[in-house]
Write a protein that binds this ligand. Structure first.
Ligand SMILES: NC(=O)c1ccc[n+]([C@@H]2O[C@H](COP(=O)([O-])OP(=O)(O)OC[C@H]3O[C@@H](n4cnc5c(N)ncnc54)[C@H](O)[C@@H]3O)[C@@H](O)[C@H]2O)c1
Length: 341
């Protein structure tokens, strides 16, 4: 056990419980050393059958538990700032679920705190960068054979939204993934946002603006459109088509078994992100564990987390004001690449 990276997992809900299972059963080189959740029963349930794990209601107590050498933050977004700053104070490497910090002011405080340390400690959980299809698309675009990317057409659909999901969350929770993926695929910052509102679906909860059509402009003139529809009712679908000067490439079509019979053909559609992106989460956490054990930090950075929050905040303002909103970014500290690869 001594050789394994001891991880404190903060939050034992959907993502936290899945990451605890992943650290225990899938990933090599790490073990769950402590879990914190204000709902102690949930924490206990998530670690049932695991040895050598302490459970806590206080996340800060989990950081100080015996054997903890790294932190995986899977609490709700508003709790991330406190967790990240506490990890930085203790010099603990962190993998933090998206959004890094939902409000830009808080995200900037985290950016400044890590920049003051003068070294990276945090990787942000934008797991699409670890998805095989996204990686192929990134490699293709970077290779240059399709020429300059001009547009990305993206689709993000969920079967249904969880209770309490707001119209703003379509942007700062769901489209947050497209924001990071677009920055990463294009290697450009997003500079302005416009949000259009088609008629809301009768399948959406009363008052929720769902679907939405989000349009991003980028610093070198590309356009990124996202259809986000979180109560589509039929499946979890994430697609992206890059249209370039010399061709186009699309990912995210269902790659499951196609069954044809009696005049129709049917294909399965994933019902949830834990299924669609299972491999991406596995690779993300394994890459984090491997880098941490080597004493390195890789993957999406705190700058990427901050930029995503700033773009999402502009997006929410664009939704509310029904206008085009420019994105304002603070100066980028030297510690960070423009868009980390
Ligand atoms: N990467 C992805 O694809 C993806 C998908 C879903 C959710 N997420 C992110 O994961 C995080 C958790 O989402 P979820 O769906 O698991 O939510 P959830 O509501 O299912 O679980 C959150 C858990 O955190 C606990 N909690 C609340 N405050 C806490 C604190 N201060 N410290 C520790 N635990 C606390 C809650 O009691 C709950 O058990 C969010 O940031 C969310 O945006 C990421």
């Amino acid at each position: 056990m001594g050789d394994l990276l001891g991880v404190a997992v903060l939050g034992a809900g959907h993502m936290g419980a899945d990451h605890i299972r992943r650290l225990d059963k899938v990933v090599s080189g790490a073990r769950v050393a402590a879990v914190a959740d204000p709902d102690l029963d949930r924490a206990k349930e998530a670690v049932a059958g695991l040895d050598g794990v302490t459970v806590h209601t206080d996340p800060l107590a989990a950081l100080q538990a015996p054997g903890v050498a790294a932190v995986l933050v899977a609490s709700p977004g508003p709790a991330h700032e406190e967790a990240l700053l506490a990890a930085f104070e203790r010099g603990l490497p962190v993998l933090c679920e998206k959004p890094m910090v939902p409000d830009t002011t808080g995200a900037l405080r985290v950016l400044e705190a890590e920049a003051r340390l003068g070294r990276r400690l945090a990787q942000i959980g934008f797991m699409r960068r670890y998805d095989a299809e996204y990686r192929r698309l990134k490699t293709l675009l970077d290779g240059g054979s399709l020429g300059r990317p001009l547009m990305l057409h993206c689709v993000h659909r969920n079967v249904s939204s969880p209770p309490g999901f707001t119209s703003a969350m379509l942007i700062n929770s769901s489209v947050a993934h497209e924001i990071d993926a677009a920055r990463w695929l294009l290697g450009q910052e997003l500079t302005a946002v416009t949000v259009l509102r088609p008629a809301s679906s009768a399948g959406a909860p009363e008052g929720l603006v769902d679907p939405q059509f989000v349009l991003f402009e980028t610093e070198h003139g590309a356009l990124v459109d996202v259809e986000v529809f979180v109560n589509c009712g039929f499946g979890y679908q994430v697609r992206c088509e890059a249209v370039c000067e010399a061709g186009s490439a699309r990912i995210g079509d269902e790659h499951t078994m196609l069954v044809t019979r009696r005049g129709s053909a049917t294909e399965e559609v994933a019902q949830d992100y834990l299924v669609r992106f299972a491999d991406a989460y596995d690779r993300e956490v394994q890459a984090w564990v491997d880098a941490t054990r080597r004493g390195e930090v890789s993957g999406p950075s705190v700058w990427d987390g901050y930029a995503a929050s700033a773009v999402a905040e502009a997006g929410v303002r664009a939704l509310e004001t029904r206008g085009r909103v420019a994105v304002g970014l603070a100066p980028r500290p030297d510690l960070y690449a423009e868009v980390s690869r």
